[in-house]
Design a protein around this ligand. Structure first.
Ligand SMILES: Nc1ncnc2c1ncn2[C@@H]1O[C@H](COP(=O)(O)OP(=O)(O)OP(=O)(O)O)[C@@H](O)[C@H]1O
Length: 234
């Protein structure tokens, strides 16, 4: 398995937020984490992204611990947190260039990759405009693009479609499907049922415990219990 989450537990002070989470994700799999607000989804994703350390347990990527690998692990991971990490007064293309340089890309390689990424996120025609003129959905797409620049093998997205219109949601979902077809492993959370149904498998977190893992059909019952049932109508 490409991602191994082993006995991961996390507390904030006395509050236990994750309890002995065990999960394996195959290379190229699109895996969704579902659960109520506060279930521990963001905490789990940030531990897998090596942004936060668990109190116990470990996360392996390609057989190696992310916390031992440090910056090497980060080269394999693209992490898109809920908050946008963009410079609004700069153009889309300048944001990509800035973050691309942060990942160590330069010159022709950087220019080529920026062009490819603009295509993947369906923003090529607007990439020379300032980010402050973008819609919420375009900003989300650019935020996703930033995480793709260094060709990560594992893409982790925390609510990539939060607060965006239906059109942009479809663009983002389509981009994720295409990225996953290129053997990139995807781990993400969403509050939208249709996006959870697009996953190969889903894990349902309840108060920090993983209570079900399976295909969307297999965990349908748990998803309905997590109030994902009505959102499709939006
Ligand atoms: N830095 C922190 N310090 C203390 N408590 C925290 C911290 N971050 C999160 N929590 C708490 O931990 C619990 C899990 O939070 P987390 O953000 O992982 O859940 P979530 O499932 O992603 O929720 P949401 O869907 O609202 O984003 C919540 O009760 C939250 O209030």
């Amino acid at each position: 398995m490409f991602v191994n989450i082993r006995n991961v537990s996390k507390r904030y002070g006395k509050k236990q937020v994750l309890q002995e989470v065990n999960l394996e994700i195959a290379e190229g799999e699109m895996f969704g984490v579902a659960g109520h607000n506060g279930a521990g989804k963001s905490t789990l994703l940030s531990i897998v992204a090596a942004v936060m350390k668990p109190n116990s347990g470990e996360v392996l990527i390609g057989g190696q611990s992310v916390h031992v690998l440090g910056s090497q692990a980060k080269q394999q991971i693209g992490y898109v947190p809920q908050e946008l990490a963009l410079y609004p007064s700069l153009r889309g293309i300048d944001n990509l260039a800035f973050w691309g340089r942060m990942y160590g890309l330069r010159g022709k390689e950087l220019a080529q990759r920026m062009d490819e990424v603009a295509e993947i996120i369906h923003l090529r025609d607007r990439i020379r405009e300032r980010v402050e003129a973008y819609s919420g959905g375009m900003k989300r797409r650019l935020n996703l693009g930033v995480a793709l620049l260094h060709r990560p093998k594992l893409l982790i997205l925390d609510e990539p479609t939060a607060g965006v219109d239906v059109g942009s949601r479809k663009h983002i979902l389509k981009a994720l499907k295409e990225i996953s077809e290129r053997r990139c492993t995807i781990l993400y959370t969403s509050h939208h049922l249709e996006e959870m149904k697009a996953c190969d498998r889903i894990g349902v977190l309840k108060s920090g415990r993983l209570v079900a893992v399976g295909t969307p059909q297999e965990v349908q019952h748990e998803l309905e219990g997590e109030q994902y049932g009505d959102e499709e109508k939006e």
